[in-house]
Design a protein around this ligand. Sequence first.
Ligand SMILES: Cc1cc2nc3c(=O)[nH]c(=O)nc-3n(C[C@H](O)[C@H](O)[C@H](O)COP(=O)(O)O)c2cc1C
Length: 336
Amino acid sequence: MIRAAFPALFEYTSPVWAAPMAGGPTTPALVVAAARAGHMAQLAAGYKTSQAMNDEIAAVRAAGVDLFGVNLFVPNTHVISPGAHADYARALGIDDAGDPREDDDAWNEKIAALVADPVPLVSFTFGLPRGEDIAALRDAGSLTAQTVTSLDEERAAVDAGVDILVVQGAAAGGHSGVWTAGALPAERPLAGLVAEIAAETGVPIVAAGGISSSAEVAELLGSGTDAVAVGTALLRAAESGTSSTHRAALEDPRFDETVLTRAFTGRYARALRNAFVDAHDADAPSGYPAIHHLTRPLRAAAAAEGDAEHLHLWAGRGWRASREAPVAEILAALVP
Ligand SMILES: Cc1cc2nc3c(=O)[nH]c(=O)nc-3n(C[C@H](O)[C@H](O)[C@H](O)COP(=O)(O)O)c2cc1C
């Protein structure tokens, strides 16, 4: 397969990118530090209001950084019935759960804001946006990137005309970008998935999931990948907004395994196995974002108490290699 040139925009950036991490870890300071050190980074707009996204974009620009991206959660409701929602609420000890709460993460407002005031790159996870939204962003001058976890998703993303594929393997920390409700990402080495996708499309590829050494980066760059993105490696970075409880758990020998679980949000995500996972993983239904909203007060209470056993401790399989250091130092060490 003839490969398209990686967009010229990234000619002077490192092949090691900072992956977007919503829920706190990705801060404007992290994006600025990565960009100043020559690495592409993206703000994580997921869970945020459109105004909060705009404020973060302004903060990055105010620091003199122009080359960065913004990551969005594509609305792709994994529907849950009121009965299954009520059953899980009872198992969690919640009496007054109410009806399942769905939302679209302010998708239309965010697209409108990004079209009105474009950034160099807009990336999508959880699903494929409507063609008209991809076209509007491209017409506004942005490159688009789509997270895919399988050949089927890759084919649909290429057909939709995205500029870059972010190929995410099952070792990745946090939510899997898998589109289908209830589906797990395939258990296979990232290099194999990338090679298979690279064999059938020339669209540039950024590989992500479980990367924790420059040797792994070298292997991926040699197998059809144009760049890699790391998330978990940056969770303990000085500029990241990861909570102190989450940071401590990442180096606590008590936590010795990661699992893909939907216990916290109703959508599979890789986390350190803790008491909440042990108690609820087996019964957790598919249901996103309803289960995210349902468990949120419990997780907020755990966070306030510094209780790592009942918090969503997102982590990829390479979490043991994460360390406390400036973002620039962590990313530089990953460049082959
Ligand atoms: C705490 C955390 C939050 C994440 N949030 C997002 C997100 O908002 N959007 C997204 O596309 N991916 C998100 N991811 C996935 C990362 O972008 C990336 O695919 C993953 O971190 C790569 O695997 P690694 O963690 O093993 O490096 C998140 C990952 C983590 C660990």
